[in-house]
Design a protein around this ligand. Structure first.
Ligand SMILES: [Zn+2]
Length: 221
């Protein structure tokens, strides 16, 4: 993967070896399969050292059974990103949107999707903030290891992740966590029916203290 500037970090991050929620990795696998096909995904899984997942996805359960780890998740994301070449970013956006769709539909109670309807009278930017807080609360329920917060960056809300399953254990010269741009876009779309611009502006893989995504407070369409 040297041509992309992506390498394994010299010092392993302990969280990479910790179990990750089964359903979270499963959603990413289903989304990836929808984009690259079952055969393509199987080939990739063998190439990136995750052959044990071929025809053996983790169950659709919101528990970390120990079958898969945070490091498996980032290895899958980075493997997909690099396998697409120049199309990597747009493909990962699509995979992110699809995996959010799976997660929000199947884990709608964890992500309190019904609560989004209770804030329809708030201004649109405050509705969006509420939706992002609920999303983070859902992720914390599934993965208490995640350190997440929302910041106000003026024209945008910032989704700040001091721990990030998408890039853990990897170093790169540019932000890596494109799939999460798609997750945030889809979450905002599910809430409002509108598209909001999302951009990762800092990434732990680049040496930043946190992965940070800016979500425009107003929709672009
Ligand atoms: Zn990241």
């Amino acid at each position: 993967m040297a041509e992309t500037g992506i390498t394994r970090k010299a010092t392993p991050e302990p969280l990479a070896a910790a179990p990750i929620v089964d359903a979270y990795l499963r959603a990413a696998l289903l989304a990836a399969e929808e984009v690259v096909g079952a055969a393509g995904l199987a080939t990739l899984l063998r190439q990136i050292g995750l052959a044990q997942l071929v025809n053996n996805y983790p169950p659709d359960l919101p528990v970390a059974s120990g079958q898969v780890t945070f490091g498996d998740y980032s290895t899958l994301c980075v493997g997909l990103l690099t396998s697409f070449g120049s199309a990597g970013k747009s493909m990962m956006l699509r995979i992110g949107r699809l995996s959010a769709k799976y997660a929000l539909l199947r884990q709608s109670e964890v992500f309190k999707v019904a609560e989004l309807n209770t804030v329809k009278t708030l201004p649109r930017d405050q509705q969006l903030r509420f939706g992002l807080e609920i999303l983070q609360a859902g992720y914390r329920t599934l993965m208490p290891e995640l350190k997440l917060r929302i910041e106000d960056h003026g024209e945008a809300w910032a989704y700040v992740a001091e721990t990030c399953p998408m890039c853990i254990g990897y170093a790169a010269h540019e932000p890596l966590c494109w799939a999460f741009d798609g997750v945030l876009q889809e979450a905002a779309y599910v809430q409002s029916g509108k598209i909001f611009a999302v951009k990762e502006v800092a990434c732990r893989a680049q040496g930043d203290p946190a992965c940070v995504w800016e979500i425009s407070k107003q929709p672009s369409e």
